[in-house]
Ligand binder design. Structure first.
Ligand code: NDP
Ligand code: HSE
Length: 432
């Protein structure tokens, strides 16, 4: 019997879309793709905003700016690699209502509307897959959804943003300045269209929300994630970390707190140089999962960039195609949603604080007094510079985060303090 053809439409012909088109049309991969999909795939078209712009790597005949036309061309699978929320959410809803399966790399969309979209897919007999939304080429969502489905997970922690890891690596190993490292990450295709999504931690927060769903059964969209970005980190902080045996990394964390709580956070942290995450550099991502019976597990791979991301998108396309051919769809993941969100302020950590101060008598006792009033005990203090350049760097003992945040607020208001620079959590051990 002749095998059916699975019709695939793509919205987005940028870094990821172009790499996907090239994979789909690569004659050397044809047999593997047909095997994976259990049917030949037909690429119907690639929608972009402006077809008059050059789109090297995509045949002109495939390009269209008519998304509605593409959506109404009897698709089996729609790939959304355009990014942003609207009009893309409407396109995805339209496809799902038509019973078309959707594959997306758009973590912002999933973190905002994933619960509703997954339900819409289910009631219309379609799939909604988003493996590429977290960790680029790393198959971490499949691992959590399938291999670890029966395991009790205590924590998922990782480097899940290539752009910030690239910037911090450049600042650490080459002494690059922040702006030039960001410009390189953009040129290499790692950064979001609006890079503040990367450097302000929104991208990591969205990924943490998705990881939390698969690890703990919390909602896919709309839940809270504590978020801090890397824009306040300066060369002096990077140097201090190196001198003290740490490197600064942007982390995403979803972890159980006691039996009833879950914490979700996106923030930079000082990681000990001996920690496996410390040597994950450039656009590489790594995700640690700590399960009760499995023990610690770690995945490492290219977390950003067109080609690595397109491999994850293609895997989802093949899964969705296979489901179409066999007339089934995956039931959306749902788990124990009884865990409540624990705000970041209720957790304790060691902190590093860097403070620019006036270099005059009494300043140190003023500053130390502020720490003391908020019950934050100082582990070590380092002064560098003189006069206008004077800077104090503190490591605290383990302290309640809300007390440290209150200390920062009072320091900012103090006449002895010119400005508070970084306030960064310090990871003490390998499995802290
Ligand atoms: P790009 O900015 O390189 O490409 C976006 C593409 O989408 C462009 O071709 C653009 O058209 C098209 N587009 C945007 N809006 C519309 C619209 N309304 N209608 C039709 N076409 C549209 O983005 P990336 O390829 O880097 O990223 C795409 C998605 O993949 C994003 O959601 C991103 O978060 C996600 N992602 C990206 C990764 C990466 O490393 N780059 C990794 C993992 C996920 P035009 O060319 O005409 O401007
Ligand atoms: N902007 C994202 C990053 C793309 O830098 O990791 C991958 O999700």
């Amino acid at each position: 019997m002749e095998r059916p053809v699975v019709r695939v439409g793509v919205i987005g012909g940028g870094f990821v879309g172009t790499a996907l088109v090239q994979l789909l049309l690569d004659p050397t991969r044809h047999a593997a793709i047909v095997d994976g999909a259990t049917a030949p795939l037909e690429l119907v078209g690639v929608a972009v905003r402006d077809t008059s712009k050059p789109h090297p790597g995509i045949e002109a005949a495939l390009l269209t700016s008519d998304v509605d036309g593409l959506l109404s061309s009897d698709l089996d699978v729609l790939v959304e690699v355009a990014g942003g929320i609207e009009p893309v959410r409407t396109y995805v809803e339209t496809a799902l209502k038509l019973g078309v399966s959707v594959v997306t790399a758009n973590k912002a969309l999933i973190a905002e509307s994933g619960t509703e979209l997954a339900q819409l897919a289910h009631v219309n007999g379609a799939d909604l897959f988003y493996e590429a939304a977290v960790g680029g080429a790393i198959p971490i969502l499949r691992a959590l959804r399938s291999s670890l489905a029966g395991e009790r997970i205590n924590r998922v922690m990782g480097i899940v943003n290539g752009t910030t890891n690239y910037i911090l690596t450049k600042m650490t190993s080459e002494g690059s300045d922040y702006a030039s490292a960001l410009a390189e990450a953009q040129a290499l295709g790692y950064a979001e269209a609006d890079p503040s999504a990367d450097v302000e931690g929104f991208d990591v927060a969205a990924k943490v929300q998705i990881l939390s769903t698969l690890a703990f059964g919390t909602r896919l969209s709309g839940d809270e994630v504590a978020r801090e970005g890397i824009t306040g980190i300066r060369a002096v902080d990077v140097e201090y970390a190196l001198r003290s045996g740490y490197v600064i990394k942007m982390l995403g964390v979803a972890e159980r707190v006691g039996d009833t709580g879950v914490s979700r956070r996106a923030h930079p942290a000082m990681v000990p140089a001996r920690h496996p995450l410390a040597s994950v550099n450039g656009p590489m991502n790594a995700v640690f999962v700590e399960g009760v019976k499995s023990g610690p597990l770690m995945w490492l791979g290219q977390g950003a960039g067109g080609e690595p991301t397109a491999t994850a998108v293609l895997g989802d396309v093949l899964d969705a195609a296979r489901n179409r051919v066999s007339g089934r769809h995956d039931v959306p993941f749902s788990g124990d949603t009884s865990l409540h969100y624990v705000p970041a302020g209720e957790l304790s950590s060691v902190f590093y604080l860097s403070i620019d101060v006036l270099d005059r008598p009494g300043v140190l006792s003023d500053v130390a007094g502020i720490f003391g009033r908020h019950d934050v005990s100082i582990r070590s203090m380092d002064q560098s510079g003189f006069g206008d350049e004077a800077r104090l760097s503190f490591l605290t003992h383990r302290a309640l985060s809300s007390d440290v945040f209150a200390t920062v607020e009072e320091l900012k208001a103090s006449a002895s303090v010119e400005s508070v620079g970084a306030c960064i959590r310090v990871i003490d051990g390998v499995f802290e």
